[in-house]
Ligand binder design. Sequence first.
Ligand SMILES: Cc1cc2nc3c(=O)[nH]c(=O)nc-3n(C[C@H](O)[C@H](O)[C@H](O)COP(=O)(O)OP(=O)(O)OC[C@H]3O[C@@H](n4cnc5c(N)ncnc54)[C@H](O)[C@@H]3O)c2cc1C
Length: 305
Amino acid sequence: MNWPKNLKGRVKVKEPLKKHTTFQIGGAAQFFIEPEDPGDLKLLLNLLKRDKIPFRIIGAGSNILVDDYGVNGAVLRLNSPYFKKAEFKGLNLDVGSGLLINRLVWLTHKHGLSGAEFLVGIPGTVGGALMMNAGISEKGKSTCLSGRQVKSIGDLVVNVTVADYNGNIKTLNRKDIQFGYRESSLSKYIILSARLKLVKKDKNKIRDTIKKCLGYRKDTHDLSRPSAGCIFKNPEGFSAGQLIDLCGLKGKRIQDARVSFKHANFILNLGKARAKDVFKLMKLITKEVEDRFDIILKPEIKIWQ
Ligand SMILES: Cc1cc2nc3c(=O)[nH]c(=O)nc-3n(C[C@H](O)[C@H](O)[C@H](O)COP(=O)(O)OP(=O)(O)OC[C@H]3O[C@@H](n4cnc5c(N)ncnc54)[C@H](O)[C@@H]3O)c2cc1C
């Protein structure tokens, strides 16, 4: 593959994706590319289209399980300073899709703006969070948010600027975007940035909420080993973790993939877990839950094969 001289971003060949996912699992991407800015992205997309090379977008890789054989084509990451900008305009924050969520939360605290506290501890980027409509569970909300309405990042959105697969840029208003439970209608785009609406608040109160949310995560999530967070979505009216627990599957292990003792919806990589071990464990969990409760669990994580 001949990359054009005017491409400013970095291209890596056969880049192991386990280096770029929080699960630390997965084979290589044929090409791993970090465009510098939207112009660079457009150049790349046209090139990939011309040469019929498929592509995917990765954020912080905190909700992805990559197959052991890796993926064909290109994986693009919007990780340059251009895509990590954050600019406050009154009560609005314009933020690039490559910025880490934790950074965003502490920036809003610094500016005395509230609304994003509940996102703290989510180890993703703004782009990945918008795409997944990341948020907090009902239990987490009642524990650390004292009855406030905001529950997922979509609740904060004023607009989202995206590129289509030809690199053409447009801004979508909130009313033109559907945000559902861990999904959004943004999946057909490359998310570049977003405008979020916040409210003024005392910094100490913001910090208290952030601390409560972090405490809730520490108490409930298993952060002891690499994982991709919750593996399955909660079925309507149920907690996936509770159903898995009731099947007696906490601690169930296949090679180095193990169901967490602390949070049954987390699968941990004990060191050398492969994607095939996680797939087997997911299959076993799905079967046990279906046999016992007649409920079919659906993965929350994105599986790249
Ligand atoms: C310990 C732990 C705790 C977690 N806790 C929570 C939680 O409380 N709530 C929650 O909702 N999630 C949680 N997650 C899951 C995950 O962190 C979120 O879904 C996060 O928002 C994913 O962001 P990311 O940047 O890592 O996206 P990735 O995992 O890299 O990608 C996820 C999806 O988004 C797409 N994507 C990423 N960036 C872009 C972009 N710029 N444009 C278009 N598509 C894009 C990818 O192609 C992929 O389909 C947790 C994960 C872990 C490991």
